[in-house]
Design a binder for this molecule. Structure first.
Ligand SMILES: C[S@@+](CC[C@H](N)C(=O)[O-])C[C@H]1O[C@@H](n2cnc3c(N)ncnc32)[C@H](O)[C@@H]1O
Length: 416
């Protein structure tokens, strides 16, 4: 920048560019450039940083014309990005290990692993609304579709832990038996088409993290008559990783019955047979629904007469037939059912009773608390419906932290 006047001019142009760029083009399944910029503009990895500066320059070209050098571009983008000081959930000052956040959602794993002094070096989540919430809290736009090579190529070569709560899908038996007969030499090419898990396996095989930390639905073990779990376990074991699994309930930390299958494993080539991981013993559940309720709630959360009648009629019909639970009116001194991603539709699985009024659904803040999210987690980057969906899809953060603590403890002997 030649002089102060020009600096002011550039900065005002940048401000205008910022509004446009961030509002229009940063989020989206295929927007690698914004993901690269927000991930790597500050990295110590020279190659990744160079790429981020190039993309930053590209981004700003249309706005700064002749004034643009790489240096100005970098400074401009630094200005556009949230600085670490502003980020609600920043990377720890002296990280002890690195991890990647796959199927990141809104970052439940990330909060827990950062609390354990981990540095997130890559995140992927293709849903652009989840990306918005993620950006609002971590100052980083996740990369999109993890099945694409264009996404995978941005994963740094080395990292310690691969984290991910991946969607549960059946494996095609044909694909699996083919894999068995071909052995490992053809890699995961065939299976990758059909199942997200093989993308995780491929990343593990290529990068060989010291450990993996996976989460899935409770019935993973019985899913597709046990085939899904068998393939997952055998694949990870065949990659030379140990394999621990357990179903644990979030109710030990939050007033919600939420059982999930957790899988943790360590690279046997590094740990030999000396690895010491065990799932944690969990504290007695003490939290009650009344502990998470907001004192004053707007009337928009109260069910309309129409919806309340519909839910009651529906429950009655199904009770007569002897199936289904219908709606779930909670006992404020007890815990709720599992909150699902469809909670936004009618809120029927968790309804809060009210005096002389129809019951109400949870507020978004209450939904966040039900998953153990901290109070300063930003929930307003998206609409209410999206908010319910995002928390319904997420994890019980303190449970992830409790398991993560054991994982990091076992990892510590090998962290350089
Ligand atoms: C069960 S949720 C995980 C939520 C996350 N653990 C959290 O704390 O919010 C699975 C996520 O995977 C994302 N997803 C599914 N397929 C994907 C793909 N091919 N690439 C990237 N993300 C994907 C979904 O959008 C969804 O947010």
């Amino acid at each position: 920048m030649k002089n102060e006047g020009q600096a002011v001019l550039i900065s005002s142009k940048i401000q205008a560019a910022a509004d446009k760029i961030w509002k229009i083009s940063l989020f989206g399944p295929d927007n690698y450039k914004s993901a690269v910029i927000s991930h790597y503009l500050r990295t110590k990895n020279k190659k990744l940083k160079k790429a981020a500066i190039e993309y930053a320059t590209d981004f700003l070209k249309g706005y700064l014309n002749g004034d643009l050098t790489s240096k100005v571009a970098e400074e401009s983008l630094q200005y556009l990005l949230k600085f670490d000081d502003d980020v609600l959930f920043p990377t720890p000052a002296n990280p002890k290990f690195t991890f990647i956040d796959l199927f990141a959602g809104i970052g439940g794993f990330r909060i827990a692993m950062q609390r354990l002094q981990g540095e997130c070096v890559f995140s992927s989540e293709w849903d652009k609304m989840a990306q918005r919430t993620y950006y609002a809290n971590f100052g980083e736009i996740p990369f999109g579709d993890i099945t694409k090579d264009e996404t995978k190529k941005w994963i740094p070569n080395r990292f310690d832990v691969l984290c991910g709560g991946f969607p549960c899908q059946p494996f095609s038996i044909a694909g699996v038996s083919k894999k068995n007969s071909l052995g490992r030499k053809h890699g995961f090419e065939d299976e990758k088409q059909g199942n997200l898990f093989f993308h995780i396996a491929e990343i593990i095989e290529k990068h060989r993290p010291k450990a993996f930390f996976l989460e899935n639905v409770k019935n993973l073990m019985s899913h597709d008559k046990g085939n899904t779990f068998k393939v997952i376990k055998e694949t990870l074991v065949s990659l030379d990783y140990s394999f621990h699994h357990k179903v644990l309930n979030g109710k030990h930390f939050v007033p919600q019955h939420r059982e999930r299958t957790f899988m943790v494993g360590f690279d046997k080539r590094v740990f030999k047979n000396k690895e010491s991981f065990e799932f944690p013993a969990l504290p007695e559940p003490t939290r009650k629904i009344k502990d998470i309720l907001e004192p004053k709630v707007e009337t928009k959360y109260t069910l309309t007469d129409h919806l309340w009648k519909y839910l009651q009629d529906y429950a009655k019909k199904h009770k007569e037939k002897g199936n289904g639970f219908g709606f779930g009116l909670v006992d404020k001194n007890g815990i709720s059912r599992t909150m699902s991603a469809r909670y936004y539709k009618d809120g029927s699985e968790i309804l809060i009773p009210q005096n002389n009024k129809n019951p109400r659904r949870l507020t978004i803040r209450e939904a966040a608390r039900l998953q153990g999210y901290p109070e300063h987690f930003e929930i307003n980057a998206v609409s209410m419906n999206q908010g319910y969906k995002q928390f319904g899809n997420s994890v019980v953060v303190p449970l992830i932290e409790a398991i993560g603590e054991k994982l990091v403890g076992a990892l510590e002997m090998k962290i350089k």
